[in-house]
Design a protein around this ligand. Sequence first.
Ligand SMILES: [Zn+2]
Length: 415
Amino acid sequence: MHPFTLLFLAALAAHLAVQVWLARRQIMFVEANSGAVPRGFEAAVSLAEHAKAAAYTVARQRFGMLEAVVDVLILLWLTLGGGIARIGAVAAALSDSPLLTGTLHVLAVFAALAILSLPFSVYRTFALEQHFGFNRTRPAVFVADQLKAWALGLLLGGAMVACVLWIMASAGSSWWLVGWAVWLAFTLLITWAWPRIFAPLFNKFSPLEDQALRQRIDALLERCDFHAKSIFVMDGSRRSSHGNAYFTGLGREKRIVFFDTLLSSLTPAQIESVLAHELAHFRLRHVPQRLVVGALMSLAGFALLGWLAQQLWFYAALGVPSGSSAAALVLFILVTPVFSWVVSPLLAAWSRRHEYQADAFAAEHSDAQSLAEALVKLYKDNASTLTPDPVYSAFHDSHPPPAARIERLTAAAAQ
Ligand SMILES: [Zn+2]
């Protein structure tokens, strides 16, 4: 067996073991703390609501463990089991053009992954979310969503894959630099086009009608010297009762989007404070920082792919007897996460730092007490656990534990 095969198997086993270990820790910690509402939340969260959040968290963790195991089996089948090689042989028989067969090869592998993950999506939506009363997706909407997502994946993914394969074949040994630049331009274009072209395929966006709320928001934007083109309400309630708010777009084209579910559950003062938090991510330059880090990581990725694509052992060790640009691309996309998960706790810690900073910004420019109330309301409505396992949370969570956020906001409100 090739040493890289052993390394791959060891990394895969380590990743699965860590995922299962963390999920089990989370389950045990949440269950152990499900009998009493944590201090500070007693006024807003009932014991029944707290117990529901625990049951929901445990159910999602159990399902996540099953999904992780199946993901490993699928990856093993695609690589060492010869799945990628077999799909490549079928694609090669369909055409004489290397660009066309290569693109078909990559798309067929991802189509297989999409089909294999479909039962999990169905179960998550119609069993898990349904059981806890969150699902509002009708089967017809679900089917339409899947078809639209696949069509977009085929169109955008197909264009990007064909483009990268063409660059690999024609731009010489430093193709990866050209490929990275094109990838970056493509990503920025999609980010810009998403709110105006693609998001409306899935949801209805209508301008915020509530004039009193609109004035409140305009005053906040003014105070923070922030310019957003428009404020929209999205019909999130069509699919789920989970609530959210976000900014989207780039440069002068920024939009604020509220889920209708959020607007119906929070007071105007709470909505303003949530918006102040989201706005902070732009004012404190978290968004461009993330873009730059993402761009640098993809540069490193392209450089590594440029090198790996030339190593015969890379293909042979991962179950693909004869190398090709398409096989290199597929293997790289599927196998990198088996190793790169080790940096995810760093990214999560960085994200939690940004969340604290955004909370502090909101406390300063809006109202700390309102934000604390809004967060508690959202934790309750979304059945988020108030008592995550500290190790699980440090590893996975992009947001700080509820108690820590509320404590800081309460301290800010008391000042
Ligand atoms: Zn945030």
